[in-house]
Design a protein around this ligand. Structure first.
Ligand SMILES: NC(=O)c1ccc[n+]([C@@H]2O[C@H](COP(=O)([O-])OP(=O)(O)OC[C@H]3O[C@@H](n4cnc5c(N)ncnc54)[C@H](O)[C@@H]3O)[C@@H](O)[C@H]2O)c1
Length: 356
């Protein structure tokens, strides 16, 4: 197939990790007989330096015309002036809005060889493989707000349509995985949660009876993620709950440099990025872990290009490199380590060995 990627390296280690993800995608194209093209555009601090704004029209137009967008990270001390009206993060929010991305997908998998980096015991971590679907454009973060005399408020509101479209997406995904779907809400207290529960329950009964479906209250879920995370497959939830639970879940892995994320809409390209930021403390040193971004590229293959076999091959290559003991400093626990390029070289070698 032909596919066109727009890359937005951004700031700090962003360009370093994006360069390695492109190498992996090029190798995938070569191995599986596809034609991938790449076009680089500006975002974040880099765009502020060039044009005075964190997101330009050219970047938006290129992103919308692509098949998938691969983002590095934005931000850094250079653009941290609190008095400045232009900030790198505006680029992120702007591109998500322009691309109408309403679902944030965060896979949480634990590589057994990195279990020591987790604050949880190894027996609790065994088999953890969760895919979160967090609603991204509705709920309390976008509700009407106000500040009064000694008071403040912010409204949480959802429509049936907003709930149904992300639940359907999560349910479709559960069908391709282990067939279990968990919807997290606070229906014992919140009216919008009662809407989530009604819409979800009706939708699953009507269209997804084959799934193993359950609802869990958010406060209980916060505990279960620590006590029995391996019980969950696909988890779908509202914006606020998803924000908190996905950060909690990412700590389970103990390895920020390994976690990818995707934001997708109904149609059109998705946006794929590592969960980590621009890591200004190590930018330019050639030691950034490129695996989160390489795994984000695998998500692009799966979710935007429908290339499941190719995505799985990249993920298997990463897993085999980790199993072989190779580490960048962030996951080396003080032991021997290699740099960004050597880590990506090893992924390329594993990919080539597995598809020979
Ligand atoms: N999506 C994004 O673009 C995004 C997300 C979070 C933070 N940020 C921005 O990034 C900047 C730094 O933020 P921060 O320090 O809080 O978070 P960070 O994720 O950039 O870094 C946190 C720590 O993890 C390390 N780290 C992160 N990614 C790594 C990788 N791939 N390999 C090795 N080590 C890695 C860093 O060196 C640092 O010690 C800020 O300007 C922040 O606003 C951007």
């Amino acid at each position: 197939m032909n596919a066109h990627f727009v890359t937005l390296p951004g700031d700090g280690i962003g360009p370093e990790v994006i360069a390695q993800a492109i190498r992996v995608l090029e190798a995938v194209a070569d191995r599986f007989d596809h034609t991938f093209s790449f076009e680089e555009e500006l975002i974040g601090g880099a765009a502020i330096d060039a044009h005075g704004a964190a997101l330009g029209l050219e970047t938006v137009e290129a992103a919308l015309a692509s098949d998938a967008v691969l983002l590095g990270a934005v931000g850094g001390p250079r653009w941290d002036d609190p008095n400045s009206r232009v900030r790198p993060e505006q680029g992120l929010l702007g591109i998500r809005e322009a691309m109408r991305l309403f679902a944030n997908l965060r896979p949480i998998t634990v590589f057994p060889q990195l279990a020591d980096a987790s604050p949880l015991r190894p027996e609790i971590l065994r088999g953890v493989d969760i895919l979160f679907f967090r609603e991204l454009t509705g709920g309390i973060y976008f509700g009407e707000s106000g500040v009064g005399e000694g008071s403040a408020y912010q409204v949480m509101s959802y429509t049936e349509g907003e709930v149904a479209r992300i639940v359907r997406m999560a349910a479709d995904s559960a069908r391709t995985r282990r067939g279990k779907l968990t919807m997290v809400d606070k229906a014992n207290v919140l009216e919008p949660s009662r809407l989530w529960r009604r819409v979800t329950t009706e939708l699953i009964a009507a269209e997804y009876e084959d799934l193993d479906f359950e609802v869990v209250l958010v406060d209980a879920m916060a505990m279960y993620l620590l006590s029995r995370p391996a019980d969950y497959d696909v988890v779908v939830t509202a914006n606020l709950f998803g924000d908190i639970l996905t950060d909690e879940a990412s700590m389970i892995t103990g390895s920020l440099g390994m976690l990818p994320s995707a934001s997708v809409g109904l149609d059109g390209p998705g946006l794929y990025e590592p969960v980590h930021g621009s890591a200004p403390d190590i930018a330019g040193a050639g030691v950034a872990n490129p695996l989160a971004t390489i795994l984000a590229a695998a998500m692009a293959l799966r979710h935007s290009l429908n290339l499941e076999q190719e995505a799985a091959a990249v993920e298997a290559a990463v897993a085999s490199v980790i199993a072989s003991g190779l580490r960048t400093p962030d996951i080396a626990a003080g032991g021997e380590s290699v740099g960004t390029t050597a880590m990506a070289d090893a992924v390329l070698a594993a990919l080539s060995a597995s598809t020979e």
